[in-house]
Design a protein. Structure first.
Length: 353
């Protein structure tokens, strides 16, 4: 019998042929199953893509509604026509409620809760505003959110305290407690200093000017430490060292940051202490036993509030005037500066976002 020579290439071809035959047989036996699995995988991929697009679209829509509501609040605060202001505030409140119902569980819906509290405050409904701020704080997902809510609550209670002619001591204590919570809840400098500034204002109104000075000094010390940490971390910016004629003019951020505000208040309070104003502040901050304490004010008013039993001292009026503007939304850029009058006529601060 003649010998048959089989090369390695022939063997390889046979192996490939056998493998192809086996694979074809495997496919024929399981063709339905294979196509079913591929169909399921394809369907899942399409579903994930469509769902992702849906969520992205919903997020974009909700953020748009939130921005619209914020713009309405800004327009209301800038309006000098009472009817137009009231209409814009109602529209902003309705938009916030619609946003929360239409996009439940979204971040925009959470921010709408905080914004709605600010709107309700300006609509003369401080109790409703307090409920929204409290709900936001109780459901907060981060320390920053808790601080923001606490600052908002502090603003609300502080205004009730001033509207009552500083007779509603409970509102003053609640404001102080809320501001302390804000300062302790987060290490974020922005919200921490917001809480500390509010705490110092209340201490001043209560007549403890020295304690207020200590808080302001702590704000300055913390701000200097934060700046030093930034220098160590990122180094000096050589461009900032180039001086020009405009260097003689202070920057806007240098005029309104927490450190600058604290320094101005320290200089003012030290002058009051040296002038003997501290004792008058202490006496005027505590109502006499015969004077009934008025209940919490119904909210910000355009006319004079009920007359307090005692006229506030210059230190107390200055503290009221130093109260911050409302935080209308989560983004600090959205703050709406409102110059507050004396505490006996209208609120000196308004709640945050």
């Amino acid at each position: 019998m003649p010998k048959v020579h089989v090369s390695r290439r022939d063997l390889k071809r046979d192996e490939l042929r056998d493998f192809g035959t086996s694979l074809l047989e495997f496919y024929e036996r399981r063709r339905v199953t294979i196509w079913t699995v591929l169909g399921v995988v394809a369907a899942l991929w399409v579903t994930v893509k469509v769902w992702g697009y849906y969520l992205e679209n919903k997020s974009r829509e909700s953020q748009g509604h939130l921005s619209e509501s914020l713009n309405l609040l800004e327009m209301a605060l800038m309006s000098d026509k009472p009817d137009q202001r009231a209409q814009l505030l109602r529209q902003a409140a309705n938009n916030c409620e619609i946003l929360r119902n239409r996009y439940p569980g979204s971040q925009a819906a959470r921010e709408a809760l905080l914004l709605k509290g600010s709107v309700l405050f300006y609509m003369n409904s401080p109790e409703a505003a307090l409920r929204d701020f409290t709900e936001y704080r109780e459901t907060a997902d981060s320390a920053e959110e808790r601080a923001r809510a606490s600052v908002s609550l502090g603003y609300c209670y502080e205004n009730q305290f001033f509207d009552s002619g500083m007779q509603d001591i409970n509102a003053g204590k609640q404001a102080l407690y809320s501001y302390k919570q804000a300062a302790e809840a987060t290490t974020d400098p922005y919200w921490k200093h917001r809480g500390e500034l509010g705490e110092a204002r209340i201490m001043e109104v209560l007549g403890d000017l020295k304690e207020a000075v200590k808080i302001y000094e702590q704000i300055i010390a913390d701000a200097d430490a934060e700046k030093q940490q930034d220098v160590q971390r990122f180094g000096d910016d050589k461009q900032e060292k180039k001086h020009s004629t405009f260097d003689l003019l202070p920057q806007v951020s240098e005029l309104f940051d927490a450190r600058s505000i604290a320094q101005v208040q320290i200089d003012r309070l030290n002058a009051l202490i040296q002038g003997g104003e501290i004792e008058a502040a202490k006496q005027l901050s505590t109502p006499p036993a015969s004077a009934p304490a008025s209940g919490p004010a119904s909210g910000p008013t355009s006319g004079p509030a009920s007359q307090p039993a005692l006229q506030p001292s210059s230190a107390q009026m200055a503290a009221a005037a130093a109260a911050p503007a409302p935080e209308a939304a989560a983004n600090p850029v959205a703050e709406i500066p409102v110059a507050p009058p004396a505490p006996a006529s209208s609120p000196a601060a308004a709640p945050a976002p």
